[in-house]
Design a protein around this ligand. Structure first.
Ligand SMILES: Cc1cc2nc3c(=O)[nH]c(=O)nc-3n(C[C@H](O)[C@H](O)[C@H](O)COP(=O)(O)OP(=O)(O)OC[C@H]3O[C@@H](n4cnc5c(N)ncnc54)[C@H](O)[C@@H]3O)c2cc1C
Length: 373
């Protein structure tokens, strides 16, 4: 892969790009990140007759902060001291599923998971980049968030060593990621804490004269969200925790006195929390015809397009799950991306137009990035 390296110079890396064309785009997908302004909502409060422990608002980093967030929410619940009561977990994204499992593992009674939807959720659609992106954190909250990230990273290391009690080793793998020097990668804190190696300067050579200088190489985990979600669901089944499909409109509709509210963007409506911001993302699923040479690295970078900074990411996802394909469809990576806040304020026709434009722009910049055309 490495073709030249002189003292003090950029290392030129020869990378195989994905074959990217109309023919290799299997699906164009939109999805919403549940981002909370200022900080995640990890809280415990009395609402009417219910003790409600909320764990929501993880933006584009729900996977990168999963285990540390759940741990914190359970600690708050324990501090409230009502630990014998039966619990209903609301929401079946990664946060809800891990919350239910971890509560049972600690000896609590989870009578059920109540959820609007199992497969059509953000958690299944995620890229799988273990880094802090699309989180809007106030400075006084930063240290807290960094600790949550660190605790979560430690669990991914445990999975990687094959020592996790319910997630197989194959669900995560250390993978290089390439970004332009000017891009905030969300990995800076992991480097500062010595959890991942420091960056190296590189130039990316995609062949046929397509070379991008001034890039950096990091290495972090690629998280195979589909395998992780399947492992969580298998554990939920093994623990005999029932899943009921129902949209909750009011906490009083639940019989249990304790509720873990893991509803992602749904928490905005349930709690009347205007700090919850839906951040729309667009991505392409690549078909098997896109090749395999790009499945051993990640891209997370900004590029200039029409005078603006736009994102390109590539994550080597292998199976994509949705409500129409709960069994999963094989893919050769996903390409994004966009981070568009408040798209929910648009009318249906304006939203349709936004999606059309964003997919077109994303297609054009991705093709130029990998093939120079
Ligand atoms: C395009 C994209 C790429 C991403 N890539 C990454 C990445 O690379 N790395 C990373 O760390 N993160 C990534 N994320 C973010 C990550 O996916 C989310 O932060 C995470 O999935 C949030 O998990 P969650 O369980 O809170 O929410 P969700 O997965 O949205 O689950 C919420 C659950 O609550 C249920 N629910 C909501 N309202 C109600 C209600 N009223 N009643 C009953 N049930 C309800 C829903 O049906 C759902 O089951 C990405 C997100 C997007 C959109």
């Amino acid at each position: 892969m490495m073709t030249s390296c002189a003292e003090g110079e950029e290392i030129v890396l020869r990378l195989t790009p994905p074959i990217f064309s109309d023919e290799t785009v299997l699906q164009s997908v939109t999805c919403t990140r549940p981002m909370r302004e200022g900080k995640f909502n990890i809280s415990s409060e009395q609402i009417g007759s219910k003790r409600v422990v909320t764990c929501a608002g993880h933006g584009g980093s729900g996977w990168a902060t999963l285990f540390g967030s759940v741990e914190r929410a359970i600690r708050l619940f324990e501090e409230a001291g009502e630990t014998k009561a039966p619990i209903c977990v609301v929401g079946s994204g990664c946060i809800g599923l891990v919350t239910a499992i971890e509560l049972v593992r600690r000896g609590y009674t989870v009578s059920k998971i109540l959820t609007k939807e199992i497969y059509d959720t953000t958690s299944w659609r995620a890229g799988g980049y273990c880094a802090m992106v699309s989180v809007k954190t106030s400075p006084e909250e930063q240290a807290n968030l960094d600790r949550i990230g660190e605790e979560t990273f430690a669990v991914y290391q445990q999975i990687d060593r094959g020592e996790h009690p319910y997630v197989p080793k194959q669900a995560v793998r250390k993978t290089p990621v390439f970004s332009h020097m000017s891009t905030e990668t969300g990995l800076e804190d992991l480097v500062a804490r010595g959890l991942i190696p420091p960056l190296t300067r590189v130039a990316l050579d995609f062949g046929e004269g397509v070379i991008h200088p001034n890039y950096v190489r990091y290495e972090t985990y690629f998280l195979e969200a589909t395998l992780l979600m399947r492992a969580f669901l298998a554990e939920i089944e093994r623990l005999r925790i029932g899943i009921e499909i129902k949209k909750l409109n009011d906490f009083e509709e639940v019989a249990e006195p304790v509720i873990f509210n893991c509803t992602g963007i749904g928490a905005r409506e349930l709690l009347g929390d205007n700090k919850m911001i839906p951040v729309r993302g667009h991505l392409f699923l690549l078909s098997p015809e896109a090749g395999v040479g790009h499945m051993n690295y990640m891209i997370y970078t900004t590029v200039e397009q029409d005078g603006k900074e736009e994102y390109i990411y590539l994550f080597p996802k292998r199976v994509a799950v949705s409500a129409s394909h709960p069994e999963g469809i094989g893919c050769r990576g996903i390409i994004g991306g966009t981070f568009i806040p408040h798209a929910d304020r648009l009318s249906p026709s304006d939203l349709e137009e936004l999606d059309r434009l964003e997919f077109k722009k994303m297609f054009d910049r991705t093709r130029r990035f990998f093939s120079g055309r």
